[in-house]
Design a protein around this ligand. Structure first.
Ligand code: FAD
Length: 342
């Protein structure tokens, strides 16, 4: 399926060059979804012989600018001001739209985090362009330098490809946890610039009094995940999952219906409407493997499925299949690991 974002007024497309990525940061560090933008942004920029420009905002940006360069941006611009310490839509959107006017990037990528989604829609309106939200695949056509922004649609049954042929920049937000974090190279060569930002008083109507991070389970950076599904049969089944997880230092994941039933918190949910993960090991216990769940974990390096149904859909992407009752397998697995460690 291909969609087109059309324009009333075609622009001079040749004026627009390079790929720009917004590197969302917090407390002087680029957040993981921002680093993920660098890997996908760099591969697209270099495919069409252009450069990757990383943009970051903060109270002090020196460390983040260095980080962005070492992770793979060819050019980094950091805006600093005490007013940029916390994410505030209007100052961030104003600086970024002005920079777009100045540098005219062909493509702009923003992580599809809460703040990123807020920012992207405002930038798109201000730049009179379109934005394809929540992409899971991104590529660029080397001939026309057209961004091929792909995202699941119709309940994951179709991957829609959205093209923005006549307005610039071509914008997309990318789903966190899908694209890899690039290798850091301390010897990387890059151009960097720190700009002191002056924010107009009228843009600071919203005052951030305090920032208290919500304690969430960040599955996106987990190395190992043991996940439970409806096959657990009851909320207390998650105790078995937790025991195995504790033994191997894993996080606990879950399918959506277990969250909907109130067996476990929403921040454990893996899948289309939960988190996208790519651990070294994903153990799926009593999970059938419906498309919406697979969407969030199919990039895991090794997948183990424990399921009584030999035909369960999860088996089609599993590296190891244990065709058995999880209530028999999990206690044995926990015991075996404990014995091995003793
Ligand atoms: P089931 O499909 O009921 O599977 C249970 C499995 O357990 C079966 O395969 C069964 O054979 C096995 N089993 C039963 N007893 C045992 C036992 N004792 N030992 C071992 N195996 C056993 N789902 C998500 O997970 N994440 C999402 O983000 C998500 N987003 C969605 C978004 C939309 C718009 C929609 C429409 C749906 C979404 N879903 C999501 C729901 C999804 O379609 C499935 O309904 C869900 O993933 C199924 O969960 P499950 O595998 O736990 O349950």
């Amino acid at each position: 399926m291909v969609g087109l974002i059309n324009a009333e007024k075609p622009e001079n497309l040749d004026d627009y060059k390079n790929v720009m990525v917004f590197l969302e940061a917090r407390d002087g560090k680029i957040k993981k979804p921002g680093l993920e933008m660098i890997s996908v942004g760099a591969s697209m920029a270099h495919k069409v012989n252009e450069i990757l420009i990383g943009i970051t905002f903060g109270e002090k940006v020196g460390t983040m600018v260095k980080e962005a360069g070492e992770y793979g941006c060819d050019r980094v611009i950091g805006y600093e001001s005490p007013d940029l310490k916390d994410f505030r839509t209007i100052p961030y959107a104003t600086l970024l739209s002005d920079l777009i006017q100045e540098l005219k990037p062909n493509i702009l990528l923003i992580p599809a985090t809460r703040n990123g989604r807020d920012l992207a829609s405002r930038i798109a309106v201000r730049s009179r362009t379109g934005v394809t939200a929540d992409c899971t695949e991104l590529d660029v056509d080397p001939n026309g330098r057209i961004l091929q922004a792909r995202r699941p649609t119709y309940g994951e049954s179709t991957l829609a490809e959205i093209l923005c042929r006549s307005h610039r920049p071509q914008m997309a937000t990318a789903r966190p946890g899908i694209f890899p974090v690039p290798e850091r190279n301390k010897d990387a060569k890059y151009e960097s610039e720190v700009r002191k930002a002056k924010i107009k008083k009228e843009y600071l109507k919203k005052e951030v009094v305090d920032f208290r991070p919500k304690t969430t389970v960040d599955l996106t950076s987990a190395k190992y995940i043991v996940s439970g599904g409806l096959g657990l049969g009851k909320a207390s089944g998650f105790k078995l999952i937790q025991e195995v997880a504790d033994e191997i230092g894993a996080y606990v994941g879950a399918s959506r219906p277990t969250v909907d039933m109130g067996w476990i918190g929403k921040d454990h949910q893996v899948g289309q409407t939960g988190q996208s993960v790519r651990p070294k090991l994903y153990i799926a216990c009593g999970i059938s493997g419906k498309a919406q769940h697979l969407m969030g974990m199919k990039l895991s390096e090794n997948i183990v499925s424990i399921n009584t149904d030999p035909e369960a859909e999860i088996n089609s992407i599993s590296d190891y299949i244990i065709n058995a009752d999880l209530y028999e397998v999990l206690p044995k697995l926990t015991d075996a690991i404990r014995k091995k460690k003793a």
